[in-house]
Design a protein around this ligand. Structure first.
Ligand code: FBP
Length: 254
């Protein structure tokens, strides 16, 4: 799947990946997480202490923590961004970090969000093709965050829309696809079946209880999820490290 330079990412994906996602201070803003310490070093510490095998960060946060990242831990740099300060109607993410900058920061992979069904979809596809070209030259894997935002599916968690979005990610050349959980294993098994590259599951908004969150993890694994990229459900809760260890323990059963 990957070249020899990217053995670390390959190793992670050949087993099951447990990544911590932390691009939320851009996407949702610090105001969405009042009373939560959003310093990148705290989030990295949670990831390391809880046994994750990588972290997804924007370049600014990566600069702050990169010297503390151990050898066997993957750094994924998010190339695209949007804020919640704009009108949500035509969802778009723009490139804020180049592939070359990410490579210079020591990235093991890059991440790129596409909102499928947005009126700006064509623009994100164009940008994606440029990024993919450079990723191929530099031999860096791309993780596509494939998120539905279609007027045809009112709910972004609609199982059919997620299935479609994930499939597009595989078709357009993402090495790994990350998308939302559909909410149950019956519908999620179709998402996995239709996505012919490894699929990572996003944690989503904080589940009502930790038990519900862990059940979703188990159900996603039972139908073939290759790993997780978890954000809010880990670092915005009390007992983040403990919970991450519990996720790891559930993963070890599959
Ligand atoms: P979560 O586990 O918190 O859902 O994080 C995964 C993620 O993809 C983040 O990388 C991103 O900021 C967020 O979800 C986007 O969620 P939404 O599309 O709901 O704003």
């Amino acid at each position: 799947m990957f070249d020899k330079k990217k053995e670390r990412m390959k190793k992670i994906m050949n087993d099951k990946a447990l990544l911590i996602a932390f691009d939320h201070a851009v996407e949702h803003g610090p105001i969405a997480y009042e009373n939560i310490d959003l310093h990148p070093t705290r989030i990295l510490k949670i990831a390391l202490d809880g046994g994750a095998n990588g972290i997804i960060l924007h370049s600014g946060a990566a600069k702050i923590v990169k010297d503390y990242i151990p050898k066997n831990f993957a750094l994924v740099i998010k190339l695209t961004a949007r804020t919640s300060l704009v009108n949500d109607k035509n969802m778009i993410q723009s490139i804020v970090t180049t592939v070359d900058e990410a490579a210079k920061l020591g990235a093991d992979a890059v991440a790129f969000t596409i909102y499928l069904g947005s009126e700006m979809e064509y623009y994100m596809f164009e940008q994606f093709s440029q990024v993919k070209k450079r990723c191929i030259e530099l031999e860096l894997p791309i993780i596509g965050f494939m998120y539905p935002r279609s007027p045809k599916y009112k709910n972004k968690y609609d199982a059919k829309a997620i299935e479609y979005a994930a499939r597009v990610g595989a078709e357009i050349g993402c090495d790994i696809v990350k998308t939302y959980y559909t909410g149950n294993k019956q519908t999620f098994s179709k998402v996995i079946k239709n996505c012919f590259v490894p699929l990572l599951v996003a944690g989503g908004p904080e589940a009502k209880t930790k038990e519900e969150f862990l059940t979703n993890i188990q159900d996603a694994l039972s139908v073939g999820a290759r790993g997780f990229a978890l954000g809010r459900n880990i670092w915005s809760r009390d007992g983040s490290v403990e919970l991450l260890k519990q996720v790891k323990s559930v993963m070890s059963r599959f």
